[in-house]
Design a protein. Structure first.
Lengths: 419, 385
């Protein structure tokens, strides 16, 4: 008995020596990755800010590009897939925040704001679509690209606004218009999926039911989250700490549920945010500030976003990119310049508002690609059309909105001359 | 005598009101920074008299024109309120009365960019940003400079009345201050605050002003932050101790009370100015700020202690014949009822806080009340001081 035991012990150690040590190759750890992205991004942001006083966000993207496909290739597609869970949380936080900024009461008191949002979205869609078709792009792809281009990047707008501590009409209107054009863009992209599916001769029920499931399911998920938030908030009583924990928990749960149910994280969280702001008749929920936690995820979001950018795309698609960027800017500006006057916005400020709507990021493209995962050739073809423009807009977008907010005198940083 | 100290006399029964208002965002009801855009839009949409910037970007000041009667003043104030509220809503802002914002942080305030306000920031440092408090000023017309000084010294005895009746700043920087009006404590920090000198002839007063100006202590009358100050340019005496009330209705009632007092003193000259008024002045002022209507003041004329509530009710009944002459009998009766019932704005704000539990809700309901959207909320004047 004893000898058996000894033998087992001995042979055991003999077969797997030092089994308590990790085996090679080391498995990829999401936690290490998160921490590294956070620190690398933060340092990059700080460097860019100190040297150039450009927005930190530009530094995050540059670090991503340095580590990613266009640079050292340390952030392989495999690793960015692992980071996706953090990207989802970050997007969830962004869209929730953006939803909280869309105030239906404001749209009622200033209907021109809503009209501006609708018209600038329609014009930028139309201009981009026709420009791309004119340049020989297949209408299906031109429409998909144009629909993606309707949205201003909520993450960039929010992050730059935060960094500047900006407050005022241009800040609020940029955020509101971003919220409106994001909703329109997401809905258009979702509807378009059915059209694209039909191009690939999918079953009729996929064509019809997929977008319906995505739209209604995501909104319903947001509604449920909002309902639970209100009920729990009432029970917890009004205290900043309670509401912070409650909302953060629910945001993460909603992101998780959206993924599990194959719904749209973006739409579900946007719906959640909008309902928190507009379906809270009894004012049960406090407008808690979650910026500290959000910032952490935003850094990772933009590093990963940068890693996914390919500088080679820029060279390959420079003509299309130029057409896309110009058509989008002209469409948006035309809408804003003609209609904001009715809202009582000064001309000079309207021009700044146009600049605020420039930022765009690549996540919409990534999302569309993943929604069309069963047709990878669609994704890669779409990518070749818009990604070059995304590289440019993700880099110059933050500069444009930073310039606009400073010029409007809405930056919270007080300059020596009092402005 | 140079122009600026020439007293442009005006009819003895006229009044005008200035109100400093809070601009809030609709998200968490903190102070916003949109004074510039709001002023721009108000000017564009409707003509509502003078609307001006104030020291920080979170405030605006609205002015009434000159009135002889309470009801026309009230009507004009309501018109101004509606116009400003309407413009604010188009910009997704709210407007509120009240002497202080319940929870804003003064470090986040930014000075409105004009030369004068930048100069004040240079001179007074952080006090300039802490000056983000909101007052009501009542102008009372006086036929001459001598009358103005007489009225000023008479009204000093009644400064605690105006403090207690308008008190609406129980909260500051997110805390209950235990005061009914905490706003005046902020004013007291300024070196040129306090009371006008005990001078009775306008010529002597002008000489005092020139002395101060030659020594470069002041530039203009504007630099005196006194509780009551003559305004030679308008031909008025200006009472400046009031918190902006939570409603224009109360603002108009208080103006009617001031008008009746002025009429009483200027038309009957019942007594002479007394230096003892200023002996007890700071104590009485503190009592009114701290305890409101329950404060106990020392009366220089009777050398007695008296509760403010009682003192006000007594004075209001004494003013009845003057109110009749001015057509403000109903207004003063309404004010008497409010005082008897001990209904104050500070009390209302504390009731709201107890009922809802957050300062954000206080600011929200405070602006609902100002903008006339308080249906279903608490009654206009909560109990208790």
């Amino acid at each position: 008995m004893f000898r058996d035991g000894c033998r087992t012990l001995l042979t055991g150690t003999a077969i797997v020596p030092l089994s308590f040590l990790p085996t090679l190759p080391l498995p990829a750890s999401p936690l290490v990755l998160f921490g590294v992205l956070l620190i690398a991004g933060h340092i990059g942001g700080e460097l860019v800010y100190r040297i150039t006083s450009l927005p930190r966000i530009t530094g995050y993207v540059l670090v991503g590009m340095l580590l990613g496909a266009s640079g050292l290739k340390l952030l392989t597609p495999e690793l960015t897939r692992i980071a996706n869970v953090f990207v989802d949380i970050a997007l969830g936080l962004v869209l929730f925040e953006l939803g909280r900024r869309l105030d239906f009461k404001w749209l009622r008191h200033d209907p021109w704001l809503l009209v501006t949002g609708l018209v600038e979205s329609a014009l930028s869609f139309g201009f981009v679509f026709f420009a791309l078709v004119y340049l020989g792009v297949d209408p299906v792809y031109a429409a998909a690209a144009a629909a993606i281009g309707v949205a201003t990047s909520p993450a960039i707008v929010l992050l730059v606004t935060r960094e500047l501590g900006a407050e005022g009409q241009i800040t609020e209107r940029t955020l509101a218009l971003t919220a409106i054009n994001s909703v329109i863009s997401f809905v258009m992209v979702t509807m378009m999926l059915s059209w694209i599916h039909s191009q690939y001769r999918a079953n009729w029920y996929t064509v019809f039911l997929h977008p319906v499931y995505l739209l209604l399911g995501s909104v319903a998920l947001g509604f449920v989250a909002n309902h639970i938030a209100k009920v729990l908030a009432r029970w917890l009583r009004k205290h900043e700490r309670h509401h912070f924990m409650l909302l953060l928990g629910l945001i993460i749960i909603t992101v998780g549920c959206a993924t599990v149910f194959k719904l749209s994280v973006v739409l579900a969280l946007l719906a959640f945010g909008v309902m928190v702001r507009n379906l809270d008749e009894r004012h049960d929920l406090m407008a808690v500030d979650m910026s500290q936690v959000e910032e952490m995820f935003f850094v990772v979001l933009f590093v990963v976003g940068g890693a996914n950018l390919h500088v080679s795309d820029l060279l390959a698609g420079s003509v299309l990119a130029a057409a896309f960027i110009i058509a989008r800017f002209v469409g948006k500006s035309l809408g804003v310049l003609t209609l904001t006057w009715f809202s009582g916005v000064r001309r000079r400020h309207a021009a700044l508002l146009c600049m605020g709507l420039v930022p765009m990021s690549g996540f919409a493209v990534t999302m569309m690609q993943s929604a069309m995962a069963e047709h990878p050739e669609f994704g890669s073809k779409l990518g070749s059309i818009v990604l070059a423009a995304v590289v440019v807009l993700e880099l110059i977008g933050p500069l444009m909105i930073q310039f606009a907010l400073r010029r409007a005198g809405e930056s919270g940083v007080e300059l020596p001359d009092g402005r | 005598m140079a122009d600026e100290m020439e007293f442009g006399g005006s009819a003895g029964n006229t009044m005008g009101v200035e109100l400093e208002l809070q601009i809030l965002n609709t998200r968490d009801f903190n102070l916003a920074r949109d004074a510039d855009d709001l002023l721009d839009l108000v000017e564009k949409t409707e003509h509502v008299g003078a609307v001006k910037p104030e020291i920080t970007e979170s405030m605006i000041e609205v002015n009434s024109s000159i009135h002889e009667r309470h009801e026309t003043l009230l009507a004009e104030l309501r018109g101004i309120r509606d116009a400003v509220s309407g413009a604010a809503q188009r910009l997704n802002l709210r407007v509120a009365g009240g002497g202080s914002h319940p929870f804003h942080k003064w470090t986040e305030r930014r000075i409105y960019p004009t030369d004068r306000f930048k100069h004040l920031l240079d001179l007074y440092g952080y006090l300039a940003k802490q000056f983000t408090i909101f007052g009501q000023h009542i102008h009372l017309g006086c036929p001459s400079g001598d009358d103005a000084l007489y009225l000023l010294h008479m009204l000093s005895r009644y400064v605690p009345h105006f403090i207690a009746l308008s008190a609406s700043s129980p909260f500051q920087q997110g805390e209950d201050t235990a005061y009914q009006s905490s706003r005046l404590n902020t004013v007291s920090a300024f070196p040129l605050s306090g009371q006008a000198p005990f001078i009775h002839a306008w010529g002597d007063f002008a000489a005092y002003f020139y002395k101060m100006r030659d020594l470069q202590i002041v530039d203009s009358m504007k630099d005196f932050y006194w509780d009551i100050r003559p305004k030679p340019e308008y031909g008025t005496v200006e009472i400046r101790v009031l918190d902006t009330p939570l409603t224009v209705e109360r603002a108009a009632l208080l103006a009617a009370y001031a008008q009746a007092l002025a009429h009483y003193f200027l038309s009957t000259r019942p007594r002479e100015p007394l230096r003892d008024v200023y002996l007890f002045y700071s104590y009485n002022r503190f009592q009114a700020c701290r305890y409101g209507l329950s404060g106990i003041i020392a009366d220089a004329y009777t050398q007695q202690r008296v509760e403010l509530k009682q003192d006000i009710v007594t004075m209001l009944s004494q003013l009845a014949p003057h109110a009749q002459e001015l057509g403000s009998t109903a207004a003063l009766e309404e004010l008497t009822d409010l005082v008897r019932a001990q209904r104050t704005d500070a009390g209302w704000l504390r009731t709201v806080f107890t009922a809802h539990g957050t300062m954000n809700d206080v600011a929200r309901l405070q602006s609902d009340l100002w903008m006339g959207r308080n249906e279903g909320a608490l009654p206009i004047n909560g109990n208790g001081a």
